[in-house]
Design a protein around this ligand. Structure first.
Ligand SMILES: C[S@@+](CC[C@H](N)C(=O)[O-])C[C@H]1O[C@@H](n2cnc3c(N)ncnc32)[C@H](O)[C@@H]1O
Length: 277
């Protein structure tokens, strides 16, 4: 039965109530994405009649009722004021990762020609944003997941950066023989047995879980920094991992170690400048 946008919004809100935290807002976002319009259109076309039986809208609604993230339905995600392609092959970029980009950009000059290596590229957002801001730098982006690399490749091509960002499949730095000037990573850092919200079950599990304790991959990356004489390492981490990182680094020579926080004052990551003999 055809319905107005307003009626459809109310129906969707009811369906999402008890499933998501903000059902009315989520229903609005879903309809805006479905109609491929903006919020202004949504507000000003409340009485427009739509065909509710459109199969794709029904499918999206069912998937959203099962708590599947909106980004995987729409295949779009915003990050650092840009739009990226996303699907179930890669982690949905999180707003806190924008702080990692800021931390890196605060460390180098815009005309730097350093070689950056990113471990755990996922959708490619970190390397893409850095490549856009640092036009002379070179980027190698590694991921262990071929599906994530497919997502990254699509985004890199969309941004016209194929000649600047080289994608490689491998475990941490096993596929990188080149000298690395700057290592950057948002690695998986959640403990394997952590109980997570249901909606996270749709995301690639090897993008979330970092080992029995959670910080095993961060520690392996710190080992690489010293084994490979990498001068700078910027890394996102869990809010409770600062002390573990400091303790792990006690046996290594450190030039400087600075932690950064998110807007809620939780620790979110660090920039390590290593001291190499
Ligand atoms: C937390 S996600 C980060 C994705 C993306 N960089 C972002 O910030 O949204 C971690 C990524 O690391 C990848 N990964 C996990 N273990 C890895 C390993 N041993 N070597 C390389 N990549 C790995 C996962 O496939 C996943 O894409």
């Amino acid at each position: 039965m055809p319905r107005t946008l307003k009626e459809l919004h109310n129906d969707l809100t009811v369906k999402l109530t008890g499933v998501v935290e903000y059902p009315r807002r989520e229903a609005e976002l879903l309809l805006i994405a479905y109609l491929q319009k903006d919020q202004l259109y949504f507000i000003s076309h409340q009485d427009t009649v739509l065909d509710e039986d459109e199969p794709r809208l029904l499918e999206w609604t069912e998937r959203r009722v099962r708590n599947e993230p909106l980004e995987y339905l729409t295949n779009r995600v915003s990050f650092y004021s840009r739009e990226f392609y996303i699907d179930e092959g890669a982690l949905i970029p999180r707003p806190e990762t924008e702080l990692l980009i800021d931390a890196v950009l605060a460390t180098v000059s815009t005309d730097t020609s350093l070689t950056f290596v990113e471990v755990g590229a996922g959708s490619g957002i970190i390397s893409i944003l850095l490549a856009l801001h640092l036009p002379n730098a070179r980027f190698i982006a590694v991921d262990i997941s071929p599906r994530a690399l497919d997502v990254a490749r699509r985004n890199i091509t969309d941004f016209g950066l194929d000649h600047r960002i080289e994608l490689r499949e491998g475990d941490l730095l096993s596929c990188v023989d080149e000298k690395i000037d700057f290592l950057v990573s948002n690695p998986p850092y959640i403990a394997n047995d952590a109980s997570l919200e249901h909606n996270l079950s749709y995301e690639p599990q090897n993008a979330l879980f970092g080992g029995t304790v959670g910080d095993e991959i961060i520690q392996r990356l710190l080992d690489e920094v010293y084994a490979r004489h990498i001068p700078i390492f910027a890394c996102e981490m869990g809010y409770d991992q600062q002390i573990k990182v400091q303790e792990y680094l006690k046996t290594f020579a450190v030039q400087s170690l600075e932690f950064y926080k998110d807007l809620a004052s939780f620790d979110r990551g660090f920039i390590l400048k290593a001291h190499h003999e």
